[in-house]
Design a protein around this ligand. Sequence first.
Ligand code: MLT
Length: 269
Amino acid sequence: MEDLVNTLKLSYNDSPNSTSQASWGVVFIHGFPFDQTMWAAQVSALKGRCRTIAYDQRGHGKTPATGPYLFESLVDDLIGLLDHLKLQQAVLCGLSMGGYVALRAAERNPERVKGLVLCDTKSESDPDAARLNRAKDLAAIRKDGLNAFASAFARRTLTAATVQNNPQILAGVEKMIASNPVQGVEAALVALATRTDTTESLAKIKAPTLILVGEQDPITPPAASQKMHERIVGSTLVQLPNASHLSNLENTEAFNAALLSFLQTIAAR
Ligand code: MLT
């Protein structure tokens, strides 16, 4: 469905639990440059167990591109969606860019966070080298187009074994990236370079936190997850074998097992 959130026609899917619309839910926040469908296996595993909401961030999937914006707008959109759905609290489950959004939301609006699932992400902002890489990616999209970028980027996010043995996963990721509005991908690259560093606030996080990372993730490596784990009191860290950056797609079984067990402890609180 689509609803107006922060003057934006935000596309999202709200799946109720078996009985009713619960007062809390799990909000899935996708990475760059993907869309809400990357969470299909998690939404399906939670069907009937708890309310799940997956949405397309601005300029991704079916949510239109808006022109330039700073990273903070993605956090405004998330909080706007919670307000729109009258969700006082949510478990925020974000992968990579989605994790950056979740971490900033936890820093800014801790009262809205019932739990955090930080997947293949980190608290640091972009160092200069990463900003320069964003400039290269932007230039590559303008020169060679989004399809070529999709093909190259998808390979950066998966293990060599997945690329070789699971062509359907690779093709699915390529298609997801290439289906985005090109202006949305360009704007997100710029916005990512403007995000703030949330490392200092990690020690203040009170919400139960699960940290998941693919053992072979080169983009947001296990060392970055370990750092967050050391700073977030009481957090749990699970490293997922046979997985790179898109650990929820590459090792769905282990990812979902960790997610389900974490959500059970939240529901019991
Ligand atoms: C993502 O998966 O969201 C991106 O790789 C994050 C980033 O480029 O920093």
